[in-house]
Ligand binder design. Structure first.
Ligand code: DGL
Length: 271
């Protein structure tokens, strides 16, 4: 691997595009590989062992494609598999965690809502975040069944998505939350609807820009930043339907790129 090698980003589906778009905004000269494991999406209801197995197959594939750094653009995979991946693979890995720390620093009401998948709340990562950053603050974890599927289906607005969101957000509002942590990379695509429901009194925290900054910092530290200032090329892989993914790419990230399905063709990933 060298400075010209690509940055690799993965998620269970299109959610990680919320991180991808921040990375390409901050690092426009980098080539990026994006992997969506659409066939196995959602990850949130799977066991931690299963998520480790899926994540590890994807990491192996992306390393074979020459990745110089791996960004786990998925809170669920980070909670379940980050330590496991770091123990197995010899490259820098940037993960995600619900942004409890900034929320705890900013809250005035002392109440924080966190939206994430059930696997994210189950992992040790979340309880360690509470121990480290949320002393004296009430943190309300809220799982959001069905919401990832709404985003994957392109239903970012509309009655069904809104009614789901109200169901998940109302209890947090009733308990006085003034900070809302988006602990799943699919949810930033719903910010306009979420903000309308929670009103201006609630601050929404999307960690994607911070993950992009961390990626840049790690590349700098390792001397792996691409010296090119622009013109990065993007390649997308999906284990699902390439045409559907292509449509979502244009809609969610305003980019195009070859969408490939090498995993099935090569039969490498037994997933
Ligand atoms: N986008 C993911 C996350 O950040 C995964 C959601 C899922 O597949 O359940 O948690």
């Amino acid at each position: 691997m060298n400075r010209e090698s690509p940055v690799a980003v993965f998620d269970s589906g299109v959610g990680g595009l919320s991180v991808f778009r921040e990375i390409v905004r901050l690092l426009p000269g980098e080539d990026v590989l994006y992997f969506a494991d659409t066939t196995h999406c959602p990850y949130g209801s799977r066991s931690l062992e299963e998520i480790q197995r899926l994540s590890s197959g994807i990491a192996e594939f992306l390393i074979e494609q020459g990745a110089k750094i791996l960004v786990v653009a998925c809170n669920t995979a980070s909670a379940a598999a980050l330590q496991y991946l770091r123990g197995r693979f010899d490259l820098s890995i940037v993960g995600m965690e619900p942004a409890v720390k900034p929320a705890a620093e900013r809250t005035k009401s002392g109440v924080i809502g966190v939206l994430a998948t059930s696997a994210t709340f189950q992992g040790e990562l979340f309880s360690s975040l509470l121990d480290r950053y949320a002393q004296g603050v009430k943190v309300i974890p809220q799982i959001c069944p069905g919401l990832v599927e709404q985003v994957e289906g392109g239903n970012l607005v509309g009655a069904e998505t809104e009614s789901m969101l109200r169901q998940y957000l109302d209890p947090l509002l009733a308990q006085g939350a003034d900070q809302l942590v988006l602990g799943c990379t699919h949810y930033p695509f719903l910010i306009p609807t979420i903000q309308r429901i929670v009103g201006d009194g609630v601050q929404i925290i999307d960690p994607s820009p911070a993950v992009a900054r961390r990626t840049k910092q790690v590349l700098e530290e390792r001397g792996l930043l691409n010296p090119r200032r622009e013109g990065g090329r993007y390649t997308f892989y999906t284990t699902g339907d390439g045409d559907i993914f292509d449509g979502m790419l244009k809609r969610l990230a305003s980019v195009e790129g070859p969408v490939k399905k090498p995993c099935w063709e090569r039969g490498r990933l037994e997933i």
